[in-house]
Design a protein around this ligand. Structure first.
Ligand code: TMP
Length: 253
């Protein structure tokens, strides 16, 4: 990795300067954190799985006309992406009550929602990423009303696509988080899907058994995280089925 200049190191990814202006190399680490990094571990193979899964989702979303930062996967842990100015908001879409919303509103986990709920959280670790209102977002100029309209539309389109994709492999998309960035082209700016979409940033429940196949396994010590992510990747055809005793991803020449 020393060959590239590091731009930023986050909890689960590192960004390096890309080969051309306007590009970045996004490296997926094996590090897992939860509760604002109060809980930490290294989970072997997680970075590879998230790299492959995020590639799969971004290509699919691009295919239905949602602009994304994804350019191409470079290797098992890295992808080339477009450099964007990330809007400091986590956009969460929920289909079923779970996690912080269940806790905040006292709604039992697993309660289906009558319509998808879109929420915004202000990205600031020192404040613990607080839930914010659209008025606050506009007043503090994190995004304009037009940006917000576009972000909600994009988030709901991502929800429809991802829900269908997951339903097809027997998985319920309970909720997920996306991040959106600004891509500048002269005076013109476009909003595009950024960061990653992976089981780190979604809640995924097996439709038949209710088994959790996402980062809640790590948050609440429910089992083997890499096994669950491998299960998601295998069902989606992103990873070959395990054969013999071999575990974890294999390199394809
Ligand atoms: P929450 O119920 O904890 O608010 O999480 C909602 C969704 O957002 C869930 O799918 C997990 C995802 N998420 C992240 O990707 N990053 C985060 O920092 C948090 C808190 C949640």
């Amino acid at each position: 990795m020393a060959r590239r200049r590091m731009i930023y190191e986050g909890k689960a990814k590192i960004l390096y300067e890309g080969p051309e202006a306007g590009t970045i190399v996004q490296y997926f680490k094996d590090d897992a954190t939860a509760f604002n990094a109060e809980k930490k571990a290294v989970i072997e193979g997680k970075g590879v799985l998230n790299n492959m899964l995020s590639e799969h989702f971004m290509i699919g979303l691009g295919g239905i006309g949602i602009p994304t930062h994804f350019i191409k996967r470079l290797n098992m842990r890295e992808q080339l992406i477009k450099a964007v100015e990330v809007i400091p908001l986590e956009v969460v879409v929920r289909n079923v009550a779970a996690g912080s919303m269940s806790k905040r509103l006292g709604i039992e986990e697993g309660t289906p929602l009558s319509r998808p709920i879109v929420e915004f959280y202000y990205k600031d670790d020192s404040l613990n990423d607080p839930l914010v209102t659209e008025d606050q977002i506009v007043a503090f100029q994190w995004a304009s009303p037009q940006d917000l309209d576009e972000m909600v539309t994009m988030a709901l389109r991502v929800n429809d696509f991802m829900s269908g994709l997951m339903f097809g492999v027997g998985i319920k998309l309970v909720d997920f988080k996306i991040e959106i960035g600004r891509l500048f082209d002269g005076d013109y700016q476009r909003l595009i899907l950024a960061d990653e979409i992976s089981p780190d940033s979604c809640r995924l429940w097996d439709i038949e058994t209710g088994r959790k196949l996402d980062k809640d396994i790590f948050r609440h010590d429910l089992g083997d995280l890499a096994d669950a992510y491998t299960e998601v990747a295998t069902r989606l055809g992103v990873m070959p089925k395990k054969s013999g005793g071999s575990t974890g991803p294999t390199l394809v020449k």
